[in-house]
Design a protein around this ligand. Structure first.
Ligand SMILES: *Cc1c(COP(=O)(O)O)cnc(C)c1O
Length: 399
């Protein structure tokens, strides 16, 4: 018999209670199932809504070339693989995808994993160990945090995008220790961009490896969407280039791109590559084709960049606090959780699919709507959304 105060049961009950409270207040908008997705529109419970929560920044979901590549891969290789990459799971398509990524990211080589989350855990844990140091921005993605914890390395978290704090931490450790600095290129809740030039200088000065997670910068930053190095004109400055195949790239999986020895090491030393199944052929073929489409259709990158500037400018002109975003992720700060939930409810009632983000994902008092703008939106759709957010904010007291 389990005790009445069993700690595991208590943890589950606390979450159950929170979910019930939100549902009773009509504030629960998570896990909504869509029936159809097309461009900027999503159909939910038979109702067509404007999508403002998508990571499909270049509107590549449903691209005919990408769909065709996935279907051809099923015809050729079927739906699964024969196991892990290292043994029987590698197909020709896997190698072609890795070559494509390496070319796109201008590196010697690349390795793919079954998700972006797993990629961060795999790489960080394979590269560092108990006597090394990892330096991680406080606002880095959960998969980076988990990777650092898993690695057992000494875990130093520096203040968000604060290069003085990073230098203080780098300079205070044993100069002979292994050092890895890790950051998101674009922060997934705030939309701001890491100060890569200063971070690169510090890594050089202190002999640290530099790893950058490009989940939200691939396709979004740089004139041709090649990411953060292109944005800053600093090609080749990042040692370990991580990205996901599930956001701009409409598939699933994650990658590390870098020099040949690094990638060879990861293929033989990172546990999820050795002990977890290879990506399915359709996902691999879709991802590979998507990289080619980005190069062939640069207008998608221009449209995403134009839309993000327009959306942010209009929100700021309306008086919203959007923090320091310069990308497709646009936080609309609401303050308390209740205000964020109520803003979401009012926006959803006017057919905007947008979601609130609250603690612990963001600090208390900085609860927000997290609105994502993409290349799929028209200017009219962005105008409509800004009007809906403004009306809601006035009702709730955010504006
Ligand atoms: C989404 C995300 C990931 C995880 O990628 P998945 O492919 O969804 O597992 C990793 N890092 C950042 C910054 C992300 O936003």
């Amino acid at each position: 018999m389990r005790r009445i105060d069993d700690p595991i049961a208590r943890r589950i009950q606390a979450m159950t209670g929170r979910e019930k409270f939100l549902k009773e207040n009509q504030w629960y908008y998570y896990l909504m199932a869509s029936d159809a997705l097309h461009g900027s529109k999503v159909t939910v419970n038979g109702r067509e809504m404007l999508m403002f929560a998508s990571y499909s920044y270049l509107d590549l979901i449903g691209h005919p070339r990408i769909n065709a590549a996935a279907k051809a891969a099923i015809d050729e290789f079927s739906t699964g693989t024969h196991g892990v990459r290292l043994l029987a799971g590698t197909t020709r398509l896997h190698l072609e995808l890795e070559e494509t990524i390496a070319r796109f990211k201008k590196t010697d080589a690349a390795v793919t994993y079954s998700s972006g989350f797993v990629t961060n855990m795999a790489a960080i844990a394979a590269l560092t160990g108990r006597h090394d140091f990892v330096f991680s921005d406080r606002l880095n993605h959960a998969s980076i945090v988990d990777g650092c914890l898993l690695s057992m390395a000494k875990f130093e978290r520096f203040k968000h995008n604060d290069m003085d704090d990073l230098e203080r931490k780098l300079s205070s450790v044993d100069p002979a220790a292994g050092k890895l600095v890790i950051t998101d290129a674009v922060f997934s809740m705030d939309g701001d961009i890491i100060n890569l030039p200063a971070m690169y200088d510090l890594c050089r000065k202190y002999g640290a490896w530099l790893m950058v997670d490009e989940a939200h910068s691939l396709g979004v930053l740089g004139k041709t969407g090649h990411g953060i190095e292109e944005h800053f004109g600093m090609e080749g400055c990042i040692d370990i280039k991580m990205g996901t195949l599930s956001k701009t790239i409409p598939s699933v999986g994650g990658y590390i791109a870098g020099d040949a020895e690094l990638i060879g090491y990861l293929k033989h030393a990172s546990r999820p590559f050795i002990f977890s199944a290879a990506l399915p052929p359709a996902a691999v073929a879709a991802a590979k084709e998507a990289f080619h489409v980005i190069e062939d259709e640069p207008e998608r990158v221009h449209k995403a960049q134009h839309n993000m500037r327009y959306f942010i400018d209009r929100l700021q002109a309306a008086g919203f606090n959007t923090l320091n975003t310069e990308t497709c992720i646009v936080p609309i700060i609401c303050g308390s959780e209740e205000k964020a939930w109520e803003m979401a409810r009012l926006s959803q009632a006017e057919d905007i699919f947008v979601l609130p983000v609250v603690s612990p994902a963001v600090p208390e008092g900085l609860s927000r709507l997290r609105a994502n703008v993409t290349a799929a939106h028209s200017i009219d759709e962005i105008d409509y959304a800004v009007d809906v957010f403004t009306r809601a904010a006035k009702k709730v007291g955010v504006l």
